[in-house]
Design a protein around this ligand. Structure first.
Ligand code: ATP
Length: 233
């Protein structure tokens, strides 16, 4: 579904991603792991059209080169950004509507927003409250629901469990599993390596903008680098 070849992302003199190859098959979860600053968010920014890049990115065999973030959303790629980036001063309902605004009619938007509120009862309870007043876990649910409003085929998730209480982390990972079961393909950037390796089909560890380890989650979990750096063995 997603085929990234020789991806490069630069910020002036900083080479954040240097020649990355990455493939994500339909209905798979692929975990993109690595230390802070390894280039994970920059990879997601390139795929979403939010950073300029070189190399090739194909989504369902179509090149993303030169496409705007809006066009990429319309093709079926959604982003749940790092730090959630909800609109704190807008209500929960307004945040949801913005998530689908790129390509749905007002009637269709309201239908999808109602579906989201059914799926996430906390969003229904809080629909008229300012989103910034919700807890971190609730804001994460809103950020995911907002991305789902555009009905993505591929969901890019940037550290969805960051800063959440352990019980909420479980809820977020359960939700990721359900989305995959519903047929949504997921590229998951995470600091929680054990839970990511548990849920994903394939994994790739980035180090200084390059893939240091990649393969099935069993292969990656068994590698010396991951055992010593992330799994504490
Ligand atoms: P983190 O988990 O800390 O977000 P990451 O793996 O997602 O890390 P990136 O955020 O992609 O890594 O950053 C890769 C490199 O690019 C880092 O050296 C970072 O400082 C740099 N970088 C990221 N965004 C910018 C930017 N907008 N301008 C300049 N440098 C940037």
């Amino acid at each position: 579904m997603l085929d990234v070849t020789a991806l490069q992302v630069r910020y002036g003199a900083i080479e954040a991603v240097c020649g990355l190859d990455l493939r994500v098959g339909k209905s798979e979860i692929v975990a993109l792991l690595g230390a802070n600053g390894a280039g994970k968010s920059s990879t997601l920014a390139a795929i979403s059209g939010l950073a300029s890049w070189a190399g090739d990115i194909l989504f369902e065999d179509e090149s993303l080169k030169g496409r705007s973030p809006e066009a990429i959303t319309r093709m079926g790629i959604g982003l749940v950004p790092e730090g959630r980036r909800i609109f704190a001063g807008l209500t929960v309902a307004e945040n949801l509507l913005l998530g689908g605004a790129v390509h749905a009619s007002p009637v269709e938007l309201r239908r999808r927003a109602a579906q989201m509120q059914e799926r996430f009862p906390v969003l229904a309870e809080r629909r008229n409250q300012k989103a910034g007043l919700m807890s971190g876990g609730e804001q994460q649910m809103l950020a995911i629901a907002r991305a789902l409003m555009a009905q993505p085929k591929l969901l890019l998730m940037d550290e969805p469990s960051l800063g959440l209480a352990p019980q909420v982390v479980e809820t977020v990972f359960d939700l990721i599993g359900s989305l995959r079961d519903e047929g949504i393909t997921i590229l998951l950037v995470e600091q929680n390596v054990p839970m990511s390796l548990d849920i994903a089909d394939h994994a790739l560890v980035l180090a200084q903008g390059r893939a240091s380890v990649h393969g099935t989650t069993a292969e990656v979990a068994g590698s010396d680098a991951v055992q010593s750096a992330y799994l504490g063995h």
